[in-house]
Design a protein around this ligand. Structure first.
Ligand code: PPE
Length: 307
């Protein structure tokens, strides 16, 4: 169960958690016509709090709606303010934040007509996404039997609700088969991403990650590329085959929810030493320092607030 907080921001005002409801004829409920974000806020070691790359998440949200062909009712800056308002109202020093912009009720049928576009922001406590031990020990994953969307079947650059049916199928299959997460291949058979994460592999101290063409432009992915470069590692954005993963020295997932999660096994092949490798560990440690407000070089990524 989601750990409830007190209020949810809906269309410009805070409403009690239990009253943040929609009609059953909400267009998005029937046709997946919504877009969302996943954002995290962290309590820093100096007692303040920060939302990680908040404005960039909100820009991606507005862009996601634009890709689907509708206009988000609030600007990225208004959504930034609303997020901080929601965190403060709920006295949340750290949180997972879920903004959602969706087509509401009005006409039925595939064409959304002039149905109202609704906006809400929910924030709550959400711990380790892939299990308590995952960040430390790494996870076992499988390559999914489902492919990631072809770029002209779904709009992969939009974090669209409907896109996630594909993720749900892959994730359920992985869990059913005893794995923690799925890796999806694109329709040409190359590695794309996890059900809710981007993916990196390390081979002889070089990092590799699939190009942005067919995957979500993850902000964690972008942060890790910068961090790796600044730490002296080369990062190659290139096509990756699943066989390259099997023989990689290290593989890890990145995402707001997953943070930086090592992968220790893929399809019954042990990756490297079967635990978080040295490059993964280093990047994870440095990344968490940034998230906890302990690296002034990356202060521009943090939106500080006092809960
Ligand atoms: N790919 C996909 C498909 C994806 O859903 C996410 C985030 C990412 C990559 C990483 O993006 P970023 O968070 O900007 O680094 N997935 C969100 C939703 C997860 C969920 O289960 O819900 C998230 O991590 O919040």
């Amino acid at each position: 169960m989601v750990q409830e907080s007190e209020t949810i921001w809906m269309d410009g005002k805070l409403v009690p958690w239990g009253e943040a409801n929609v009609h059953v004829l909400t267009h998005a409920l029937h046709y997946g016509t919504g877009v969302f974000e996943g954002i995290r806020a962290y309590e820093c070691n100096d007692g303040t709090s920060e939302v990680f790359r908040l404005r960039e998440h909100m820009v991606r949200l507005v862009d996601s709606a634009k890709i689907l062909g509708f206009a988000a009712p609030y600007t990225a800056d208004e959504m930034v303010e609303a997020t901080v308002e929601t965190l403060k109202a709920n006295k949340l020093k750290g949180a997972y934040i879920r903004p959602l912009v969706f087509v509401g009720a009005g006409v039925m049928g595939v064409h959304p007509g002039d149905n109202p576009i609704k906006t809400c922001i929910t924030a709550w406590h959400w711990g380790a996404y892939l299990g308590e031990d995952a960040l430390e020990k790494g996870i076992r994953v499988k390559v999914s039997t489902y492919n990631r969307h072809h770029v002209n079947v779904m709009m992969t650059k939009s974090k669209a609700c409907g896109n996630y049916v594909n993720s749900v199928l892959a994730k359920m299959e992985a869990i059913r088969d005893g794995y923690a997460e799925a890796i999806l291949l694109d329709t040409s058979g190359h590695v794309s991403e996890g059900s809710g994460e981007n993916l990196f592999m390390v081979k002889q101290d070089v990092l590799y990650t699939p190009p942005l063409s067919g995957v979500l432009g993850g902000l964690t992915r972008d942060s890790i590329i910068s961090l790796a470069n600044d730490t002296g590692y080369e990062v190659r954005e290139t096509t990756i085959g699943r066989d390259m993963l099997y023989t990689a020295d290290e593989v890890f997932f990145t995402g707001t929810a997953a943070e930086l999660t090592p992968i220790r096994e893929i399809d019954a092949r042990v990756i490297g030493e079967g635990k978080a490798g040295p490059v993964t560990k280093l990047l994870q440690t440095e990344f968490f320092k940034i998230l906890k407000g302990d690296n002034p070089d990356y202060e521009h990524w943090l939106h500080r607030y006092e809960a």
